[in-house]
Write a protein that binds this ligand. Structure first.
Ligand code: ADP
Ligand code: MG
Length: 353
């Protein structure tokens, strides 16, 4: 008698427990996750994402999986470090016809890859070749690429020049067999735009996406406050130099403070090449941050402005109203800043080296 009573009691307890667990599972799967924020690795650098719209756990898991997939796709299209990527295969492809023989053999690529190359060539034209996606042989020559290239610069220059590549529908053509593409100066920005698109198509409008310092924001933070972005002090140990509000759109930064090599005399040279000379760009710019509605455009233009230097670069931005820029310039022992009128800088500061 006693035994059946305690058995009944424990069944009751199990039932109550199971109901509570079930309730909690249902409750939490309909309850939004507050400010989910996570980090990961892609394109040889790190990324971070925050969504301020409280996605449900299942939605969040879906978004994360879709983003991983999208980033893997971009990598498989644009990484020169991956020998099987579309870009590496195009670079290896030696039997392409000269630009005039368009009926000849051409190289088919994915529509996304064709679109990025088309955009890259457009920005190359607009910046008079300061940004040039055909610098690959020079990037390798100066030790910043996936391959080593010991040929003299003058020889390599024969394969450099954005007019030597053409996009016809979803096919690429190169003017001579040695022409190769390097989209590293635009691919991170493109990746940020692609991730933002994944989040937007899941129905969310308030988020921040960042890959290796290139950013897109949309809407606001959860408390309706604007997203705040830090611009690094242009030194290897870069702390925050300038904070600014970015409510929508993209921002990208190029500089010589992170990726550089040292000459024998101890002077440094940057990973950004001046396509006009074939040499690492000698710039008065320590770093330049560019705002544009697409992060991809901001990324490519930031590289171009670094090559142009502050005088020419500033003029360029002034005549292209879809861009704003903040230049941080080397100046004796300090940095000085110079921003175009629409750049949302709070107060101009100088900082010592
Ligand atoms: P980061 O990759 O540090 O953000 P950038 O966006 O400026 O910097 O990209 C620099 C990379 O782009 C280089 O490492 C090289 O692969 C490539 N590159 C170098 N010079 C140029 C150039 N003038 N135009 C286009 N791409 C370039
Ligand atoms: Mg860039």
């Amino acid at each position: 008698m006693l035994l059946t009573m305690s058995l009944r009691k424990s069944w009751k307890l199990i039932w109550v427990g199971a109901c509570v667990v079930l309730f909690l599972i249902v409750f939490f799967s309909f309850q939004g996750v507050r400010n989910p924020s996570w980090r990961g690795l892609t394109m040889g650098t790190s990324y971070s994402i925050t969504i301020a719209d409280r996605p449900r756990p299942a939605e969040l898991a879906d978004i994360k999986a879709s983003i991983e997939k999208r980033l893997a796709e971009v990598d498989a299209q644009m990484s020169t470090w991956n020998p099987d990527s579309e870009i590496s295969k195009f670079n290896d492809f030696k039997r392409l016809p000269a630009l005039r023989e368009l009926e000849g053999e051409n190289f088919s690529v994915s529509p996304e890859f064709a679109a990025v190359v088309r955009r890259a060539l457009k920005i190359a034209a607009a910046t008079d070749g300061a940004f040039d996606p055909t610098v690959k042989p020079l990037v390798d020559h100066w030790g910043f690429g996936a391959q080593a290239d010991a040929e003299p610069v003058a020889e390599l220059m024969k394969a450099v020049g954005w007019q030597k590549v053409r996009v016809e529908n979803n096919a690429l053509l190169k003017a001579n067999p040695d022409v190769q593409l390097d989209l590293s100066a635009i691919a991170k920005g493109y990746g940020v735009d692609a991730v933002a698109e994944v989040i937007r198509s899941s129905g969310f409008t308030n988020f921040l996406v960042e890959i290796g310092g290139e950013v897109v924001t949309s809407g606001t933070k959860e408390n309706d406050e604007p997203w705040r972005i830090g611009i690094e002090n242009p030194q290897p140990d870069g702390e925050i130099f300038q904070a600014l509000e970015l409510s929508g759109g993209g921002m990208a930064t190029s500089g010589d403070y992170r990726n550089f090599r040292l000459r024998e005399d101890g002077t440094r040279y940057s990973h950004i090449i001046d396509p006009a000379t074939g040499m690492p760009a000698e710039s008065d710019v320590a770093s330049v941050s560019v705002m544009a509605s697409a992060c991809m455009d901001a990324d490519a233009v930031a590289t171009a402005l670094f090559v142009m230097g502050s005088e020419k670069g500033f003029q360029w931005v002034e005549t292209h109203p879809e861009f704003e820029a903040l230049f941080i310039l080397h100046s004796n022992q300090t940095f000085t800043t110079r921003a175009t009128s629409g750049f949302p800088i709070e107060e101009l500061t100088t900082n010592s080296h």
